[in-house]
Design a protein around this ligand. Structure first.
Ligand code: PXG
Length: 460
């Protein structure tokens, strides 16, 4: 992403300050210092603008989060009003405020049936860490203190705090901090395209679901507290569970009295064409985690939703629950989240993602299957993945060190499209406000960039 000699002095100054003093998430800083960070200065609708005035169409809604698009007055005004009226107060010590009370009620309305009570945190990671503590506390209150092991999946992404990173199954995250912590184990995920071999997707899905039962039996059901999973795995490569997978997983959880905690951080708030991934996939979780689309990324806020079983035990306890953040249910974040959900409802963004807009996105995505570099596309609603492969028939991959996905991503940036590369899987997750013509622009650019990648590789 070299921006070389022509960049302005202002951009250079920002890049220098940044290189000298800013530690970026998930970044190789040596490489960044050489190339200089791209400086994004403003955004509107589905478009980003950098400090050099270059326009990019944001095929990723930021980091899978800007459901309502950029620059929405309604959210800015809701935040401004709260900043003026109640810029801060906490929800500790028997206190509340209108913003968090109304947001809790709204979440009870839009989340799957049975999810009734909400704890607020400031990020998806904190939400999952809070969920882990809730799970442990629940079993302690139930008089089953041995029921503590949490099972998650390979390639899962649940965040970066010690607990959330321990849940995560992206193993590259673990060694730097000596993770996972004790008590977290991982099983196979239903990544049929990459790991399913000769099996049908359904048979492979069933096999990977049965891996949960095998692990529970190996550990002893009396020691297993919960299974934690994203409805559709996001940052691990957009992995869609084959038909039957979730039904089997839920039956296993019930059979062995293992709680099901669903991580809806990416799938929530319309992304899959329904309010939640649980709705799209027919999942009835005991509890769930939300962030990202909850505020469309306009404010840092997350929520852990509890169903009756877990919620009742904690609510009916005589003990104080010893957990909470200074900013749990922050008034400004809560006001913006509430305005965001109201806007999603008013503009029928969930219905659009599940209807005409989502259908057009999926049609354009599927058209890429004719490309010689594309092994498979998969998607639902406004989520889409494009697997770049060496051999379409055998599903053979390019060598990892060829960084084909990264090459494609570089072409995307150069051509004005933000498309994420997860290994050699290209991912799209645009704002839910995306129009038909903007979807066309995204896919026209995506095809051009995949063409350019194929040309680099000498494939036609
Ligand atoms: N759960 C899921 C399912 C996520 O996708 C988190 C938890 C953690 O949320 P916070 O707010 O703590 O980041 C996430 C976050 C990527 C990417 O490039 C994905 C995430 C975050 C950053 C980058 O795919 N997902």
């Amino acid at each position: 992403m070299s921006q070389a000699a022509t960049i302005s002095n202002q951009t250079k100054r920002w890049q220098e300050m940044d290189a000298a003093h800013h530690i970026h998430p998930f970044t190789t800083h040596k490489d960044l210092a050489q190339s200089g960070a791209r400086v994004i200065t403003k955004a509107k609708g589905v478009y980003l603008y950098d400090s050099e005035g270059k326009r990019l169409i944001d095929g990723m809604a930021g980091l899978w989060c800007v459901q309502v698009g950029y620059g929405r007055e309604e959210l800015a005004e809701a935040g401004y009003k709260a900043l003026k009226e109640l810029p801060y107060y906490n929800t500790f010590f028997q206190t509340t405020h209108p913003y968090v009370a109304e947001l809790s009620q709204k979440l009870a309305d839009v989340t799957p049936k049975g999810i009734e009570r909400f704890f607020f945190a400031n990020s998806g990671s904190e939400g999952n860490d809070s969920a882990i503590k809730i799970i442990r506390y629940f079993w302690n209150l139930q008089g089953k203190p041995d029921k503590k092991i949490i099972i998650a999946r390979n390639k899962a992404y649940h965040g970066v705090t010690l607990g959330a990173a321990s849940l995560s199954g992206l193993t590259s995250m673990h060694p730097q901090a000596d993770l996972p912590l004790p008590g977290f184990v991982h099983i196979a995920c239903p990544y049929w395209y990459g790991e399913g071999g000769d099996m049908t997707p359904e048979a492979f899905g069933l096999k990977t679901a049965k891996a949960l039962e095998e692990k529970i039996l190996e550990l002893g059901a009396d020691n297993v507290a919960a299974f934690v999973a994203e409805p559709i795995q996001g940052a691990g490569g957009l992995i869609f569970p084959p038909k039957g997978y979730w039904a089997e997983i839920q039956a296993i959880c019930k059979k062995y009295d293992v709680l099901l905690h669903l991580d809806e951080v990416i799938c929530g708030f319309g992304r899959t064409g329904n309010w939640f991934g649980a709705d799209t996939l027919g999942i009835e979780p005991d509890m769930m985690n939300m962030a990202k689309g909850l505020s469309s990324g306009y404010q840092p806020i997350a929520a852990v939703g509890l169903g009756k079983r877990v919620g009742d035990v904690i609510f009916n306890s005589d003990q104080e629950w010893s957990h909470g953040f200074t900013y749990s249910g922050h008034p400004v974040a809560a006001a913006v989240a509430l305005a965001n959900i109201e806007l999603i409802q008013k503009e029928k963004l969930v219905e659009k993602a599940g209807g005409e807009i989502g259908a057009h996105f999926q049609k354009r995505l599927a058209e890429l299957n004719d490309h010689p570099l594309v092994g498979e596309t998969r998607g639902v609603g406004l989520l889409g993945a494009i697997e770049l492969v060496k051999n379409k028939k055998t599903r053979e991959r390019f060598a990892e060190d060829m960084n084909v996905g990264m090459q494609c991503r570089i072409h995307c940036f150069a051509n004005g499209l933000v498309m994420r590369a997860i290994g050699d899987t290209m991912v799209l997750s645009p704002p839910l406000v995306v129009s038909i013509s903007e979807i066309d622009e995204i896919f026209d650019l995506a095809r051009r960039c995949i063409d350019l990648t194929a040309r680099d590789l000498g494939i036609s």
